[in-house]
Design a protein around this ligand. Sequence first.
Ligand code: KIV
Ligand code: ZN
Length: 434
Amino acid sequence: LRKYRPYPQVPLQDRRWPDQMITRAPIWCSVDLRDGNQALIQPMNVEEKLEMFQLLVQIGFKEIEVGFPSASQIEYDFLRLLIEGNHIPTGVVPQVLTQAREHLIKRSFASIQGAREAIMHLYNSTSILQRDVVFKKDKKEIIELGVTGAKLIREQAERAETIIRYEYSPESFTGTELDFSLEICEAVMDVWEPSPEKPMIINLPATVEMSTPNIYADQIEWFCRHVKNRDCVLISVHAHNDRGEAVAATELALMAGADRVEGTLFGNGERTGNVDIVTLALNMFSQGVDPELDFSRINKVINVYERCTKMKVHPRHPYAGELVYTAFSGSHQDAINKGMTALELTQSGLWEVPYLPIDPQDVGRTYESIIRINSQSGKGGIAYIMEHEFGFKLPNDMRPGFGRVIQEVSDACSDELSPEMIFQTFEKEYLFNV
Ligand code: KIV
Ligand code: ZN
C-alpha cells in the first residue's frame, strides 16, 4: 500500500470542502445475492448463489445480504443450504431482507433457524411519492407500519436461538423529508433499543439516485448529526447509480460520517445498478488505504461474477476491464515505456507510471497487455514489445523506420497486430534481407 503516492493536495486555506478524506475501510455489506440478483434477467439458482457466496467470503466480506427468503422459495432454500451445509464461516454474518408483515417476518426467521448470528433487515418505503402514489398512507400510518414490523421482529428475535442484529431502511430515503426519515428511524430505535454494545444499523438508501453526490452526503451528514444516541447506531449507505454517480456519492457519504456501505461487485443491481464495491475498494487502495477486501485476483472475481450473473464486465470498467491497463496510442505508449524503464532503474518501490494509476500486478494482471499495437501505435510501443516480449532492444535509429513499417502493416489489415506478427514483420524487413 505504501507504493502509491497520495494525490497532490490543495493548500488548506484554498479548499472548498472541509478537510476530509477516507482514512479507513467502512463495514462492507455485499448485496449481490439480493439487490444484484433481483435485477438479473436470469436470477441465480442455488448452485450459482453458493458459488457467488463463496467468492464474496474469499474477497473478505463479513456481512452478506443473502436474499429475501420470504419472497422466493429459491432464496429460502439457499439459506437452508448455507446453514445446514455449514457454508457460513465464523465471522461472516448472513443478512436477510424482509417487509413489515407478520407472515413474512415469521418466514424470514424460519429461514435463518440454526444460524449462529444473522442480520434481520426490515424496510418500508417512506418517500413522499411512495406514500402518496403507491401506499396511499399518511406519515402516521407509515410510521405505524415500520414500528409494527420492528415489534414483530423483536418478539421473534427474543425467542430465537440465533443472535439477531437489527437493520432498518427507510426505503427511498432520498425522496423523504429529512425530519420524517429521522422520526421514523427513531421510532424504530425506540422498539429495538440499541446500545453501544449492540448497535442497530440504520441504512439510508438512495433507492433512486436523484441528486449530485454532495447532496446525498449532506443528507447523511445531517442525519448523523441529528440522530439520537449516535453511538448506538451504525449509519449505512446504499447508493444506486441512476445518475452514474453512486461511487462518488458513497465516497462523499463516508466522508460525511457513514460507517457502512452496501453495494455489489461491478455495480450489478436494479436499473443502473448498486454502487460498485470493486471501484470503491480499489480507489481506497490506490490512495494507500487498506480496503480490507482482497481484489488481488481480479480475473477470478470476474470469471465467477460473469458465470453466476450472466452479465459481462465492461472492458473499460475501472480497475477490472480487459482494456484498462492497455495503451494503443503512440504518445501513451511512449510515456508508459519510459515510466516502466524508470521504475526498473530507480527501484524506489513507488508505482509511478504515466497513464497507469495502479500496478496491474496488484490485481493479479500481468504486464503483457499494457502495450498493444494497432494503427494508432507508435515507435515507443513497438520497441517496448520487441524488448519485453522477445528480449530484443531496438537501436534508437531503427525505431522510426520500423514504426512506419508496422503502421503500414496494421493500416493494411485494419486490425491489432500480435507480438508474433510484429516480430515476423521485423524478421522479414531486416533479418531475411541481410
Ligand atoms: O434500494 C433500496 O432502497 C433497497 C432497500 C430494500 C434497502 O434495496
Ligand atoms: Zn437497493
